[in-house]
Design a protein around this ligand. Structure first.
Ligand code: GLC
Length: 494
């Protein structure tokens, strides 16, 4: 009798344990299913809010054209500054001599020397050096930043070899590519309107940037004259036209984004000076500051903007450019980690660090073609401290990258279409129209580039898009700045 009781008790206990395990498994499965359902909902919402169907692309393009007109009309007519560059003569190919260029606009700056040989010789020789800017100098004092740059330039000049010739008695001349919004007062002077792209150097806004650089060059004992101050878009346009006469505009898609194009001088209503003989003027649009109610934005974008160094500004840039795409993805992944436990029960601490996920890493994950998405796994381990991510989670990461990158690419295409419309080059049977492009985002992020080009075709149509060419103007802005230094040389009458 006792044996029977014990056996019954054992059976009951085993059954109870089995029921408990089953209940646990069911609960766990439900919890997991619940998590995936939540993750799916977050992704769906992102997809919907970032959607850029053709109609939307057209609306954004039209808004861009409209703002271009408004910005040309009056000084504060638009959030598009439409800055007058004072470049009314673009390179002809006749430029000769030794010129320098200094390219400041991102986390690295470059110094160049270029030996120009006229129509026959073209760019006879060039040398370039790239120096990365310590993070603290990007948000420090003006003298510290400009002294750092001038000292790198001093070392560069000191290392010159005999392939580069500066005729006796002539001063070295420099084209200064300064890739921030500047209100030019002449081809070689201008005051800084504001910093962008994570820079915020004290005491520089409203100052003449050429003055700042010239004083630093003097402190370093370098005898050099800045003969052209240009935005990187303007430099790229100059470099682009030097190679191809049909270039009408230049676009930068890198850390930041911007565009410049050749405008009819009489269309610049706010222009108060004498009309240039050429009848043309290059305009630096500063399109990164474009905004419109048509732009598809999300709570991630609003939070990114609010927490940035320049809230309320550069809204278009914050949706498109290399500085921000990875950061948007990080914000989405963080929400997925918090709300859907995408990477396990605990939120990975690294994922909470702003800007820890940079766009090149996002791009590497997005382009992962391995069957088990091992690049995604490795990058998440290396940059976000997330180990053992599930395949399903990695697939989701790729989807997030896809949504964010394609929205950026399609919006960038909308901007280009806006310019083409302004120039009347968006219709079939147009003459060959070339856009000079520069910037690491466009160059290295293949899916972004392909999506941008496909959008141009989709919106302009086969026929019109056949005459529009986007060419990579690698390093165009450096060469362009030295060409403009040459065409504005103090020795031109010699
Ligand atoms: C930022 C700057 C702009 C520059 C662009 C690309 O938008 O404000 O001047 O051209 O980045 O570097």
């Amino acid at each position: 009798m006792r044996k029977v009781l014990i056996r019954t008790a054992v059976i009951c206990a085993t059954a109870a344990a089995a029921v408990a395990v089953t209940a646990f498994v069911v609960r766990r499965r439900r919890r997991i299913n619940g998590r995936w359902a939540r993750a799916g909902a977050v992704l769906k919402e992102l997809e919907e809010q970032c959607a850029t169907p053709v109609e939307k692309v057209k609306e954004v393009a039209d808004a861009m054209t409209k703002e271009m007109h408004a910005g040309l009309e009056s000084e504060d007519g638009s959030m598009l500054k439409m800055l007058i560059s004072f470049v009314d003569r673009l390179p002809t190919g006749d430029e000769r001599g030794l010129f320098y260029a200094l390219d400041l606009g991102g986390t690295n700056f470059r110094v160049l020397r270029v030996q120009l040989g006229g129509k026959e010789g073209r760019v006879v020789n060039q040398q370039c050096e790239e120096v990365s800017i310590p993070q603290d100098l990007m948000v420090g004092g003006s003298d510290e930043l400009f002294d750092f740059i001038a000292s790198a330039l001093a070392n560069f000049v000191a290392s010159e070899d005999e392939d580069f010739h500066l005729p006796n008695g002539k001063q070295r001349e420099l084209g200064f590519t300064f890739s921030f919004p500047v209100k030019q007062t002449s081809i070689a002077s201008g005051t800084l309107i504001k910093w962008t792209k994570g820079f915020n150097v004290n005491g520089t806004v409203g100052k003449d940037v050429v003055g700042e650089l010239t004083r630093a060059l003097q402190r370093q004992g370098i005898d050099m004259q800045v003969t052209a101050l240009v935005n990187d878009t303007v430099g790229t346009l100059a470099g682009g036209i030097y190679d191809d006469n049909d270039v009408v505009a230049a676009i930068i898609l890198g850390t930041g984004t911007n565009a410049a194009y050749v405008e009819r001088a009489d269309a610049i209503k706010k222009w108060q000076g004498p009309l240039p003989n050429s009848g043309e003027m290059v305009i630096n649009m500063e399109w990164g500051n474009f905004r419109s109610s048509y732009l598809p934005t999300t709570d991630y974008d609003h939070a990114l903007d609010a927490e940035s160094l320049n809230p309320g500004q550069q809204i278009y840039e914050k949706l498109i450019s290399g500085m921000y795409l990875g950061e948007i993805v990080r914000r989405v992944l963080l929400r997925l980690a918090v709300e859907a436990a995408l990477f396990g029960d605990n939120v990975p601490p690294q994922l909470e660090v702003p800007f820890v996920l940079q766009t090149p890493v996002m791009s590497a994950m997005h382009h992962d073609t391995s069957a088990d998405l091992k690049v995604v796994g490795a990058k998440m381990q290396d940059f976000l401290g997330i180990s053992n991510s599930s395949f399903k989670a990695r697939k989701l990461v790729v989807q997030v990258c896809d949504i964010v990158a394609k929205r950026g690419a399609r919006l960038a295409a909308a901007g280009i279409i806006g310019i083409l419309k302004k120039l009347g080059c968006d219709r079939p049977n147009m003459k060959r129209t070339v856009i000079a492009m520069d910037g690491g985002l466009y160059e290295h992020y293949t899916i972004f580039r392909e999506s941008l080009l496909a959008t141009l075709k989709e919106v302009l149509g086969e026929e019109a898009s056949a005459s529009v060419l986007v060419i990579m103007a690698n390093d165009g802005s450096g060469i362009g700045a030295s060409l403009l230094a040459a065409s504005h040389s103090q020795y031109l009458e010699d």
